[in-house]
Design a protein around this ligand. Structure first.
Ligand code: ADP
Ligand code: MG
Length: 574
């Protein structure tokens, strides 16, 4: 009920369509209900008269019926087209809302949720929701009108025959409902089993070289065969249920015809029913029998739709951890002083402190380098500056302002980030560089590429800046990708820069090249560098050695060597 209440607002942009859809649905059902009535009237009065009177009546009745069915056809068109479109529109709205929300959710959310899995699940959830949105009210309406309408007429015409039919309907609903539940459960099982087949296949194909090099084809074959066999068994259960659902319903329908004929015949013999009414009874059975099945299936459809909607709500109602404070100010005229003041931090899924009492300061335009064993918290320190995560104690300030008092957008606009992993979007090289500054001119893009030492390479490609990258595009080496990502940051031109092991995935040759571009990039910017190679940070204004949740040594290269501590030890090993 609670969920349903939240669902209703999604109809509000389509109120007009929704009500017209219901009106059309009602018209379709009412017109269906009319035919047996017309037939009954005709057989009882008109056909009983003179042949000439019959002939005279046929034309007006024929025309009236033609008009009726034209209306019904139009209504059906509206329901099938606009009704479905309403569902599709609502699905679009929700999908957009979902996407917008995904973009807002914080890093901590993505640490804990597998986005790929979530996305694919939500595709099928949204489909279920859209089906429910459109078919739910409409089918409920059509079915109820047909069933109730039929029985009102049946009772009016002859209540004696209507009573046993109503009893049969009752048992049929019970039967259909239980069968349908079982059937839907087997459908779910089918879905799961086909999922298992797919993942088994994907796993084997992805690892086919390993499979073949170990000559383990037979083992994989057996594993796959098992999933394949399981799917067949699941199908077997599914078809069995479907068979009994369908045959049971057909049998109930037959029983109704039987009761109508035998009991109705008996009533006719006793003079308690007219012959014309018998035919009409048979026609009404044809009208209300399929709505009963639809109604039964509807309960399942609603359940599926609502549980899909609940999963949808679970995502869109998750508040992002990191949002603008109500009175957030934009970060403007940045000089670029960065200050970490007694910062402590732990990730939300884990209470152990990653950082405790970390303090350091970088003057505008100066550089700090972080060194330390892997897992000591260097990347974490950097993640706090663009507020990918918020500190759990202390504060981080830029130009003296706590970054939590700034708008996220303005904060992140002032920070450039180059990491070890580069993500290039599907698209051209030009688009990928322009990502650093949407709307940048071609000249700006080329300038950035030149500064990143990638312009000549790009020009050597047949399509130049319009060459595609990404899955089916030009294959780029790690170094080339890294240079594109550096060009992005040149284009963005931020006063503050974070370089997180930007060269550690590269070979020596590329590293030297890129080191040069990075030094160029760091000029006149406040820079935090995490280096895996000490030689690249020798000239940093200050070097911080991070270990055991905090800074254990600090100073310039020479000072640290003189201290003869951890850094000096590293230096000897390098
Ligand atoms: P470094 O960059 O120095 O190698 P990190 O800052 O990446 O170290 O990691 C510091 C510690 O925080 C590690 O113990 C790591 O396991 C943990 N950690 C890193 N990222 C996350 C995360 N997203 N969620 C939970 N723990 C994390
Ligand atoms: Mg790291």
């Amino acid at each position: 009920m609670h969920t349903l209440k939240k669902f209703i607002p999604y109809y509000s942009p389509y109120k007009a369509v929704f009500f017209l859809d219901l009106i059309c649905a009602a018209a379709i059902s009412l017109i269906d209900l009319a035919y047996p009535q017309i037939l009954r009237t005709m057989t009882r009065t008109v056909f009983a008269g003179e042949p000439s009177a019959i002939l005279k009546a046929l034309l007006p009745i024929g025309l009236a019926m033609l008009f009726m069915y034209i209306i019904q056809g139009l209504c059906k068109y509206y329901v099938s087209y606009q009704g479905h479109m309403m569902g599709a529109n609502m699905e679009r709205d929700m999908r957009q809302q979902l996407f917008d929300h995904y973009e807002k959710l914080s890093f901590s959310y993505y640490d804990q949720n597998n986005s790929g899995q979530m996305m694919s699940k939500l595709v099928s959830d949204l489909f279920d929701i859209s089906e429910m949105a459109h078919h739910g009210p409409e089918n409920l309406f059509i079915s109820l009108i047909k069933i109730i309408g039929s029985f009102v007429f049946l009772f009016l015409i002859n209540w004696r025959l209507a009573v046993p039919l109503l009893a049969l309907v009752f048992f049929m609903v019970l039967f259909s409902y239980s069968q349908n539940r079982r059937m839907q459960a087997t459908f779910m099982d089918n879905r799961q089993k086909i999922g298992e087949i797919n993942s088994s296949l994907q796993d084997t194909l992805a690892g086919i070289r390993v499979v073949q090099s170990f000559a383990n084809e037979e083992i994989e074959r057996e594993k796959f065969g098992r999933s394949n066999e399981n799917f067949l068994r699941s199908k077997d259960a599914n078809y069995r249920c479907m068979g009994s659902f369908m045959s049971g319903n057909l049998f109930f329908q037959g029983l109704m015809y039987l009761v109508t004929l035998v009991f109705g015949g008996w009533l006719i013999a006793r003079g308690q029913m007219e012959v014309a009414d018998l035919a009409m009874y048979a026609l009404y059975i044809g009208i209300f029998i399929s709505p009963i099945q639809i109604l039964v299936e509807l309960t399942e459809m609603m359940q599926k739709g609502l549980s899909g909607f609940r999963r949808f709500l679970a995502v869109v109602e998750t508040e992002p951890d990191i949002v603008d404070a109500p009175d957030a100010k934009p970060l403007e005229n940045v000089k670029g002083t960065v200050e970490y003041d007694k910062v402590s931090f732990h990730y939300s899924d884990d209470d152990t402190l990653v950082l405790s009492n970390v303090s350091f300061q970088i003057e505008a335009g100066k550089s700090v380098a972080l060194v330390g064993p892997s897992g000591s918290g260097k990347t974490t320190i950097c993640s706090l500056l663009p507020r990918f995560y918020d500190v759990t104690g202390g504060s981080v300030r830029i130009d003296g302002q706590d970054i939590r008092e700034l708008t996220l957008e303005s904060l992140r606009n002032q920070i450039g980030l180059v990491q070890q992993d580069v993500y290039l979007f599907c698209g051209t090289i030009r688009e990928n560089i322009a990502y650093g500054k949407p709307g940048a001119s071609m000249k700006e893009i080329e300038d950035a590429a030149r500064k990143a030492n990638i312009h000549d390479f790009i020009m050597s490609l047949p399509d130049g800046y319009d060459s595609f990258v990404g899955e089916r595009g030009t294959r780029l080496s790690g170094g080339q990708k890294q240079r594109i990502s550096i060009a992005r940051v040149f284009l963005k031109n931020p006063p503050i820069l974070i370089l997180d092991e930007a060269t550690s995935a590269l070979d020596n040759e590329s590293e030297r090249w890129i080191q040069h571009s990075l030094e160029e990039l760091a000029k006149n910017r406040t820079t935090i560098t995490i280096a895996h190679r000490l030689s690249t940070i020798r000239n940093a204004d200050e070097i911080l050695v991070v270990a055991d949740t905090g800074i254990v040594e600090r100073g310039t290269h020479e000072e640290l060597l003189a201290m003869n501590g951890i850094y000096a030890h590293y230096n000897e090993m390098a």
